[in-house]
Ligand binder design. Structure first.
Ligand SMILES: Cc1ncc(COP(=O)(O)O)c(C=O)c1O
Length: 371
């Protein structure tokens, strides 16, 4: 999938050695619009953790109903973006985060009794529950298996009692369950089940937050079929979805110049200005991220330009570890030192989950296209 012309032009316009994330705000708005049309009676928040660039946060807050944050840093970002609605998640909330969230009028997704006791009275909360059952399959799961997220369903009645005694405003439940699920029908079944289970609890139910988890296919052409996601929401209940990946992944391109080409023990390596300290997802998840070659004709050196044709290459970064690999066994028809590799679908969990300062190389540039 070659980058759109505007993205390619933005990459060509970079100074050498080229290395950048390009984020397209128009794509963010389009993704938000798709979700909005598929789920008209649903509150849609953006999970800031997927991509916390201020322009991305501002755009998605503007296109949707607000944001989901997971730290004091994300909370202050959301506030400076002017977010109209904020919910706060995360398994290790500090006293400071709880106080700031309450003061900001955010809804807090409570993950334990100790956390609940530290929330100022009067604050709106939902209780995050790790429910049993199969749930949708995705790249990894937060519930249905032992994890640090949420409370055990057996503890819900005592937590509700504690919340009432503590004068908290219990709105309902938070049931985020999975990451990167591509099966929309299974996701709809999970949401229906979440609504049914929540209605059966001893609470004046106003909110059911089913989190994110809508998937994108990094290595193939499968798509999350939004037409299969429709669910009936009971009157008086607000259904909240808070996706990150689905909204932001397609809006980002990671571009990195080929600094060297070499062959060792029969394998070709394209070594780039960049690497897993900028885009760690494929290494973390153990897949090979697709890319296209953006040819760059300028060649500033006096010697012949090294190039390969019709070979398979591994794409390695600039770090001093053999694990700094973004793609393996990728076929290239022609690749020269100085060309730029462009990795699409890198707008979510790219820069934000990577170890930026390992080796202290320069950070990439960030280019914002507003189309
Ligand atoms: C509480 C919560 N909500 C929403 C999300 C966003 O999930 P996704 O990007 O898979 O849609 C996450 C991701 O980990 C999360 O932890």
């Amino acid at each position: 999938m070659p980058p759109p012309d505007e993205v390619a032009a933005a990459i060509r316009a970079l100074s050498r050695p080229r290395c950048a994330f390009v984020y397209d705000l128009g794509v963010l708005r389009a993704r938000a619009g798709l979700l909005r049309s598929a789920l008209p009676r649903t509150t849609l928040l953006y999970a800031v953790k997927a991509n916390s660039h201020p322009a991305v946060v501002r755009t998605l807050d503007g296109a949707l109903d607000g944001v989901d944050v997971a730290s004091s840093g994300e909370l202050s970002l959301a506030r400076s973006a002017g977010a109209r609605r904020i919910v706060v998640s995360g398994p290790a909330k500090t006293d400071a985060l709880l106080t700031e969230a309450a003061a900001a009028g955010a809804t807090i997704n409570v993950e334990s009794a100790h956390e609940l006791r530290r929330i100022p009275p009067g604050t709106a909360i939902t209780i995050r529950v790790n429910r049993p059952g199969t749930g949708p399959q995705g790249s990894h799961r937060m519930t249905g298996v032992p994890t640090q997220f949420g409370v055990d369903p057996a503890d819900v009645p005592s937590l509700l009692d504690l919340a009432r005694a503590h004068h908290l405003d219990v709105q309902g439940f938070h049931l985020h369950a999975v990451s990167n699920n591509l099966d929309a029908a299974a996701h709809a079944a999970f949401i229906r089940d979440a609504l049914t289970w929540s209605a059966a609890q001893n609470v004046d139910l106003r909110t059911v937050n089913v989190g994110g988890g809508l998937g994108v296919d990094y290595t193939g052409n499968a798509a999350f079929d939004l037409s299969r996601l429709a669910v009936d929401v009971p009157d008086g209940v607000e259904l909240i979805l808070e996706p990150g990946r689905f909204l932001a992944a397609d809006a980002g391109w990671y571009a990195a110049e080929v600094i060297d080409l070499k062959r060792t023990h029969g394998r070709w390596f394209a070594v780039i200005r960049g690497g897993t300290h900028h885009f760690r997802l494929s290494a973390a998840w153990g897949y090979s991220h697709p890319f296209t070659v953006l040819p760059i004709d300028e060649w500033p050196y006096s010697w012949p330009r090294p190039s390969v044709t019709d070979v398979k290459v591994d794409v390695a970064g600039e770090l001093c570890t053999p694990r700094d690999i973004l793609a393996r066994d990728a076929h290239v028809t022609r690749l020269r030192i100085g060309d730029v590799l462009v990795l699409p679908r890198t707008g979510a969990y790219g820069w934000d989950i990577s170890h930026h300062d390992f080796l202290r190389h320069d950070h990439p540039e960030f280019v914002i296209l507003d189309r």
